[in-house]
Design a protein around this ligand. Sequence first.
Ligand SMILES: Nc1ncnc2c1ncn2[C@@H]1O[C@H](COP(=O)(O)OP(=O)(O)OP(=O)(O)O)[C@@H](O)[C@H]1O
Ligand SMILES: [Mg+2]
Length: 408
Amino acid sequence: MLWNRPGDTSMTDLNVVALVIQEPTAHQLTASLGRIEGVVFDLRMLGEEGASLSSIGVTELPDVVILEINGHREEDIAEIERILGEHGEQVTVFVTSKDSDIKVIRRLMRAGVRDVLPQPIQTQELVIDISRILAEKRARLAGQGGAHGRIVSFLNAKGGSGGSTLAVNVAYELASRFDLKVALVDLDLQFGVVAHYLDLKPRGTVLDALANPDRIDPMFVKALLTPHESGLHVLASPADTSTSLDASPEAMVDMLQSLASGMDIVIVDLPRVYMPWTLAVARLSSPLMLVVQNTLATLRDARMILDVLPRLGMTTERVEVVNNRETVESASVSLDRLRETLKCDRVHKVRSDFDLAVRSQDLGMPLSKASERSDLTKDVVALAEHLAALCDGRERKAPGLLKRFFNI
Ligand SMILES: Nc1ncnc2c1ncn2[C@@H]1O[C@H](COP(=O)(O)OP(=O)(O)OP(=O)(O)O)[C@@H](O)[C@H]1O
Ligand SMILES: [Mg+2]
């Protein structure tokens, strides 16, 4: 979690930061917002150390910002425009001011400010507004993890770190061990490997959807899926170097949401390509699994990715780190160093077994089929268990007789 969040807050709380100038404003806001259940209210007096708008959207991303402005300070207005320009989807901004110059109010409203509150603040109206924003946030979160299926992406921090291996094998374990409807999507449009790793002949590909954005709906996307014997539904990549990487972010989001509407979980193999559509997919992902190896070079790239995401409108609190190909002997970076550099307490470990990884890919079969008892397989299963637990109340499948005796 890289955004600074107040100590004990949960995902379903609403984080409200107020930056004020005058004591009376501070009292009015504390008295009204400090008491709403589910609102974590953080009051800062402008002019005191650390209290400025410049941290918003850079080191922290609250849900709501309330700013008291003095007249029409150009810096304040420019900062508000920056915050709303970059993070307008995530942050709601209220402004309060003693005097209300109509030109300034117009400019603030154009920037996307929710309301300009005259003083003294009508606290009742503000409480209603904030409660509504809290309810909307909770409904959105419930929707993400519930009826519409969770979207989880695997992104490598450096080429060859194992993003595709983990996406394929975690998706396979989810489909075969749990009572979950699971889809696996290969978004590596030019060099996709998912179909190859699972020995599948694709019925349709991602490109069929992207080339027909007007036809995208749950039925159309379902028709493009290729079934795997495990029950996994695969949306393959065209895997063709002539495919343009300039895909439409709207079509990509539509395609994934249409797919997720019929699934419990959608696993995405997301390539390390910085395009508006890859960022749109990252924003949809919960969590985004960042796959790193414990080498200095990978770590540097991982840090860069984690630094850039907030500026691109992606909250890094939804990022989880996976240390793949982890070996104690060859590691130039310890797990502690990895945690410290990436500011991430939770690092999943997946041990290295190059022979098994390559053999399973060459055979077109998942790791657990090629070797059920290897450490690599155990770590992949643990990762699948972690993600299954995020899909509330899903039970493990009872292994059938055939499965138990013949491991099929
Ligand atoms: N845990 C592991 N132990 C040993 N080798 C592994 C492991 N995971 C993946 N590999 C191997 O690393 C290589 C790269 O794997 P993979 O294709 O999954 O990486 P990627 O991050 O998707 O790469 P790309 O940048 O091409 O998308 C493959 O040869 C694979 O067999
Ligand atoms: Mg890959």
